[in-house]
Design a protein around this ligand. Structure first.
Ligand code: HGY
Ligand code: MN
Ligand code: MN
Length: 386
């Protein structure tokens, strides 16, 4: 019954989008606000007292402290997203509301993906009161700053007595499906480095500039992309992605003088990620020497690998479930900085995510609800006795 309700609600939330025909819910958009308000109604139907902050996060609370167990995920999305990334965790949290010996808080974060301002986890960081001036000065593609988009940030929305954070999320990878398992216990979240790169060459006339005299920014960027792929293939367990390359104001008959790109590098071990970043910086230096194209490298976010300290507790509830690391980032990275955390993965078809083909089965969602309800009960008991 509740698994069916979760899937129906996910279908309903999929209709909240900035781009009709596909799911796109950026931070501080009417679509995200609409989804938050719909979830707020479901929270209030479940008897929770709700509140929101300036960034757009939504919290719903029931029960009495001392001590709060926090459960939730995010409602923002990438562009042309699937309907379960983040959403499943928020909706399953709603199915976990129960009488506990401490307070239970549900949370729907307003920006985990970082799609609009290019910096992930703004939602969970705002919830904890961690936004700073640099965050508020971030600009979106149309030059609007975060401060202009949300106004002055509110004070921390989070209670001061967090005892544990628990997030249910689709795996977004192929491991559970390959193992024939519906659920997995997440052991750690891979460290990740995000950077923006600007390739500075020289604009020129496409018809008159001999090839040997060019300082072609997009050719240098293309060489950097292929070098990134090669270095990543040579480093076991590493993934590196250039998600966006653009030539501002590019034209068919102009040699690009400037190209911009994004870089995402991840690995379960921080030293390996650091080694690859150093190697890529050297590639940039070689492009300056050989092509006369300077690469300006601006780090955007840096998160070390985050072990989930309540993984063993969750494994007690799911003794037969596989334990696996997460290559995807999650708000549990930020919450792990202030409290113990656990994550439950749910199998998704083909491991596909950040793609409208994202899908889960009602049976797996039902198993996830049962496990999540039981873990919340056990974690609450433990949080009150330690
Ligand atoms: O990029 C990630 O891993 C997450 O989906 N934000
Ligand atoms: Mn995502
Ligand atoms: Mn997610």
């Amino acid at each position: 019954m509740s698994a069916r309700r979760v899937l129906e609600r996910a279908d309903e939330l999929a209709a909240f989008t900035e781009e009709p025909g596909r799911i796109t819910r950026p931070l501080a958009s009417p679509a995200l606000d609409g989804a938050m308000e719909r979830v707020r109604e479901w929270m209030e139907e479940a008897g929770l007292a709700t509140r929101r902050d300036a960034l757009g996060n939504l919290a719903g609370r029931t029960g009495e402290g001392p001590g709060t167990l926090l459960i939730g995920s995010h409602l923002d999305s990438v562009a042309d997203a699937g309907r379960y990334d983040g959403v499943l965790g928020v909706l399953i949290a709603l199915e976990c509301v129960q009488e506990l010996p401490l307070a239970l808080e549900l949370v729907a974060f307003a920006d985990e993906e970082g799609m609009r301002f290019g910096s992930s986890y703004l939602g969970s960081r705002a919830y904890l009161g961690q936004l700073d001036e640099a965050d508020l000065a971030l600009r979106d593609a149309s030059g609007i700053t975060l401060r202009e988009a949300i106004g002055e940030p509110s004070a921390r929305l989070a209670p001061d007595d967090l005892r544990a954070y628990f997030e249910v999320h689709i795996e977004q990878g192929p491991v559970l499906e390959a193992a024939g398992e519906p659920l997995g216990v997440v052991t750690a979240i891979a460290g990740q480095s995000h950077a923006t790169l600007v390739f500075e060459g020289e604009a020129g006339h496409a018809g008159t500039t001999p090839m040997a005299l060019r300082r072609d920014a997009i050719a240098a960027a293309a060489e950097f992309v292929l070098a990134t792929e090669r270095i990543a293939l040579d480093e076991p367990g590493l993934v590196a992605t250039v998600g966006r390359v653009s030539v501002p104001g590019g034209a068919v008959n102009v040699i690009p003088g400037r190209a911009e790109a994004t870089l995402d590098v991840r690995h379960a071990e921080d030293p390996a990620r650091g080694r690859v970043i150093a190697g890529l910086r050297m590639i940039g230096e070689a492009l300056r020497r050989r092509r006369g194209v300077r690469v300006r490298w601006s780090p955007v976010t840096e998160h070390g690998t985050t072990p989930l300290t309540l993984a063993d507790g969750l494994a007690e509830v799911l003794p037969d479930a596989p334990r696996l690391p997460s290559g995807a980032g999650h708000d549990a990275v930020i919450l792990s900085g202030v409290t113990d955390a656990a994550m439950l993965f749910v199998r998704c078809k083909g491991g596909i995510s950040h793609n409208p083909a994202e899908s889960v089965t009602e049976e797996d969602v039902a198993a996830a609800i049962d496990a999540a309800r039981e873990f919340v009960r056990v974690a609450a008991e433990k949080a009150c006795t330690t």
